[in-house]
Design a protein around this ligand. Sequence first.
Ligand code: SAH
Ligand code: DHB
Ligand code: MG
Length: 223
Amino acid sequence: MSESQLWNDVDDYFTALLSPADETLTAALRDSDAAGLPKINVAPNQGKLLQLLARIQGARRILEIGTLGGYSTIWLGRALPADGRLVTFEYDATHAEVARRNLARAGLDRIAEVRVGPALESLPKLAEENPEPFDFVFIDADKVNNPPYVEWALKLTRPGSLIVVDNVVRGGHVADAGSTDPSVRGTRAALELIAAHPRLSGTAIQTVGSKGYDGFALARVLD
Ligand code: SAH
Ligand code: DHB
Ligand code: MG
């Protein structure tokens, strides 16, 4: 058996047991696929991890950068109380439309707001609204902009907030200081920012599973 087949089998087992799909999640992926969206959503057990982390945070307000069809958004939105708030940024108007339908079907349309446009334009607009600090931020969009996304996350959070950055392994190239790949460079710069920042304490973890070889970084905003 190939290594990746083994990883898939174990993920299938974990997922069926601990993060099984319901009709809403299944429909979200089905409609995302039907609309031609790329299948780059988090895996179900990763979605459940995001939900657990948000719950552990006691999150009432969540910010997401990179909505796609709203699959991770549904996992995160379900961690929130009825008066919670989730703002998610999506560059692509088609993705955002699919996400809005998926969130409405999930009963999250009053909690989760999809804002269309480049996140680096949406973030300053959001900041101008002087929102209450976000308790949890999930960064999962264009990797080249990971450093400014971490900087904005810091501006929009509070001591104790948690920032999660997806897809930090880049097939292992993240360890290559000489890489010219913009996604690798953006990811390295974001990790270096987390490492050097006096108000952040972070780590990064490699993962295997249905999404292949990948990983994520976690950073806590210090008191
Ligand atoms: N979080 C989603 C997956 C997001 S995929 C999930 O796990 O279900 C990354 C998304 O980021 C894509 O939909 C892409 O269109 C969007 N994106 C890329 N660049 C962006 C930008 N500059 N601003 C906002 N969204 C962007
Ligand atoms: C890609 C993006 C993601 O956010 C992800 O989780 C997997 C793949 C991509 O752009 O290929
Ligand atoms: Mg991702």
